[in-house]
Ligand binder design. Structure first.
Ligand SMILES: NC(=O)c1ccc[n+]([C@@H]2O[C@H](COP(=O)([O-])OP(=O)(O)OC[C@H]3O[C@@H](n4cnc5c(N)ncnc54)[C@H](O)[C@@H]3O)[C@@H](O)[C@H]2O)c1
Length: 456
């Protein structure tokens, strides 16, 4: 089938490439001409395991191409996917300007029937807005005779495991209405996604508004589990219990399940923080106060500072003369995404208290440098005490403590003897509970996890 994808970010590039891998003819278009240039030179603009080879293979096979020519891109696809950003506006609502700009482009350029498929995460009712913008543009061109359908097809992939998630989805949600064009769109999409339904039907058809809400509800539920476990962890610390034992104790209940029950330094990334805020904002517009989701976000904000709190409890508020190693800067492993990363709070907090910081991340160093420079642009003096290191070993040389923020595999089984020797003081603040507290104590470390005080 002929597919066009607007936006070559994490979602657009992965979706477009995977759809090409399934045999479709895919054109990816972006307004960021530099990004398109890089892709034409076979350079992937972000880290995503397995993506680079898949892009190259599909470009070589002639199924995948990149352009910044929006008119040509609209002409190509029968299915036009919107996968552009929906960042938070000042008030926490989703900024729809990129989505609506694509809708205007489509309405301004289309010459035959098109199915507009919205993959961006958008508030309930955005499908109606997109429909309105396309219809207005057609009206202005006096081409209201051209038919089109707008479908909601939210994306559930996780950065770091995006290809597997896209190719083996738990479900594909398709929201379309029952009009004639809506049903035509449904037929085309069911053909597109047929390869995922060979073993059993994974596609869930519903109305457009329910599809839009499903995406926010899913992210809010996952964020809720994280914040809930972080609250339990903080209580475990206070009462001398071990949150990891509690996690296993409740996760074995099949009504609860094992996933997303890990306590840590809070969630970050481009989705949970903005999507929970956008959900609250949508509810407000309808006179509803989403108290659970608001609390989830509040707990998360506080949790991002939990490591700093533990550092201050141990070393005091004045950290001048002390050096801290930081392992992990990306908001989670297997990505170089620094959006809302808890590491930004940790690094800044350490620097503000006068510490020197040696930081490492296996892949996010370039983005981290850019992001931390931007975060601290008005505090150049702080930046002079920050060093980004080439290896995890470099980041622990002579440090008074190691702070683990992201659970990269490379940090899971270090040589603890070498680590102890490299450090000036053998103190570890583990924001991801990577190690066993008892073993760490035996190895001579003072080890502070999240919710694991009983283990010390
Ligand atoms: N990142 C994730 O893990 C994830 C997962 C599921 C859903 N989502 C949702 O998918 C959407 C995209 O997220 P992302 O992380 O891929 O965004 P991103 O910021 O990585 O990429 C967005 C891309 O869209 C391009 N763009 C902006 N306006 C454009 C236009 N008019 N025409 C063509 N291209 C345009 C930008 O230049 C950029 O390359 C968001 O709504 C997000 O909430 C993201």
């Amino acid at each position: 089938m002929k597919v066009t994808v607007f936006g070559v970010g994490y979602v657009g590039l992965v979706s477009g490439t995977c759809l090409a891998e399934l045999g479709n003819q895919v054109v990816c278009v972006d307004i960021d001409a530099a990004r398109i240039e890089r892709l034409l030179a076979a350079e992937i603009p972000f880290h995503e395991p397995g993506l680079s080879d898949m892009v190259r293979g599909n470009v070589a096979a002639g199924r995948l191409s990149f352009t910044s020519d929006a008119a040509a891109a609209v002409a190509h696809g029968d299915l036009l996917f919107i996968a552009v950003g929906t960042p938070p506006a000042e008030d926490g609502s989703a900024d729809l300007s990129q989505v609506l700009a694509v809708a205007a482009t489509i309405g301004g350029q289309m010459e035959d029937f098109k199915v507009v498929v919205n993959k961006s995460t958008v508030p309930v009712g955005t499908g109606d807005q997109v429909e309105g913008v396309v219809a207005d543009a057609l009206q202005q061109r006096q081409r209201a005779d051209l038919g089109f359908a707008v479908v909601s097809n939210p994306e559930f992939l996780k950065e770091g495991a995006a290809i597997g998630d896209f190719m083996r989805p738990d479900r594909v949600v398709i929201g379309c209405d029952s009009t004639e064009v809506g049903q035509r769109a449904r037929t085309l999409l069911s053909r597109l996604y047929a390869p995922f339904n060979r073993h059993h039907e994974r596609t869930l058809y519903m109305d457009r508004r329910s599809a839009e809400l499903t995406k926010y509800a899913a992210n809010a539920m996952l964020a809720t589990r994280i914040s809930f476990m972080n609250e339990i962890a903080n209580l475990a610390d206070a009462v001398g219990a071990d949150v990891d034992a509690v996690r296993r104790g409740i996760g074995s209940d099949e009504r609860i399940g094992q996933s997303f029950l890990y306590a840590g330094t809070g969630y970050g990334g481009s989705c949970f923080p903005k999507d929970t805020q956008a959900l609250v904002s949508t509810a407000k517009l309808h006179g509803l106060d989403m108290q659970v989701v608001q609390a989830v976000e509040r707990v998360n904000q506080a949790q991002k500072s939990i490591l700093l709190q533990r550092v201050v409890e141990r070393f005091g508020d004045d950290l001048r003369g002390l050096t801290f190693g930081v392992w992990g800067l990306a908001f989670k492993p297997d990505t170089d995404d620094m959006r809302e990363a808890p590491s930004r709070v940790v690094v800044r907090g350490l620097l503000e208290r006068g510490a020197r910081v040696l930081a490492h991340d296996p892949v996010a160093m370039a983005n981290a440098r850019e992001q931390l420079n931007a975060d601290l642009q008005d505090h150049a003096d702080l930046l002079t005490r920050l060093s980004l290191c080439f290896s995890p070993q470099d980041a622990v040389a002579g440090v008074d403590a190691l702070v683990i923020v992201t659970e990269w595999k490379a940090y899971r089984s270090p040589d603890f003897e070498a680590l102890a020797q490299a450090m000036r003081q053998q103190v570890i603040f583990d924001g991801r509970n990577l190690y066993d507290p008892a073993q760490m104590r035996e190895a001579g470390f003072q080890y502070v996890g999240i919710g694991r005080r009983s283990g010390i």
